[in-house]
Ligand binder design. Structure first.
Ligand code: IMP
Length: 196
């Protein structure tokens, strides 16, 4: 078993979700909150992969420990993959979940092609320079309006045809099992199990 990993996040929800899905892979999971004045990594990459790798590399270099970082967002087919890497700040300065959603809905209009996916890229970087990158996806469709109170970000407009619900209408435990993050973590687990 690999001894310790630093998660490149201070988000308690993510730490919990990641720790659960990585049980048995690492003996100890810590996060940026456990490091003294951790580096603030600027996510200026052109792809999810660039950003995840940049974060994990800088944290590995700073901490001297194995580091795991993620980057994620929404890709809408009819918008040529936007909002993509700028999902969090799609509607510009002062962006909120509401203004980002409004921008996506306005750009999509009544375009019949509603296909979209959440994407998560995870980068695991060892201070010696060894790197592993995996991806996870969650496929869905963009509704014309918002539905549901749960989740965050684009969840209220992201419809899961199999469940006949939006990501904001399903139970958090279910989201944690089918999400792009969950799928990326499962992929990482599979790769690490094969390697060890
Ligand atoms: P982060 O990389 O996890 O910080 O996510 C970047 C942005 O992508 C978030 O601010 C959201 O706008 C969007 N996003 C990522 N994951 C989700 C999700 O599970 N639901 C809804 N929006 C998400």
């Amino acid at each position: 078993m690999i001894i310790e990993v630093v998660l490149g996040t201070t988000n308690k929800g993510k730490v919990k979700e990641f720790s659960r899905l990585l049980e048995g892979v690492f003996e100890n999971v810590i996060s940026l909150s456990d490091l003294d004045s951790p580096p603030e990594v600027i996510e200026d990459g052109l792809t999810f992969r660039d950003n995840a790798l940049k974060k994990a590399r800088e944290i590995a270099e700073y901490s001297g420990k194995l580091s795991l970082a993620d980057d994620s967002g929404l890709e809408v087919d009819a918008l040529d993959g936007r909002p993509g890497v700028i999902s969090a700040r799609y509607s510009g300065e002062g962006a909120t979940d509401k203004t980002n959603i409004d921008k996506v809905l306005a750009e999509l209009g009544d375009n019949p092609n509603r296909k979209a996916r959440f994407v998560c890229v995870l980068a695991l970087v060892d201070p010696s320079g060894e790197e592993l990158v995996v991806e996870g996806f969650c496929e869905g469709e963009i509704l014309n309006g918002l539905r549901g109170e749960g989740g965050f970000g684009y969840d209220p407009i992201f419809y899961l045809p199999n469940m006949q619900k939006t990501m904001a209408e399903i139970e958090p435990e279910l989201k944690n099992n089918i999400s792009h993050r969950a799928n990326a973590l499962k992929e990482l687990r599979a790769k690490l199990d094969i390697k060890s």
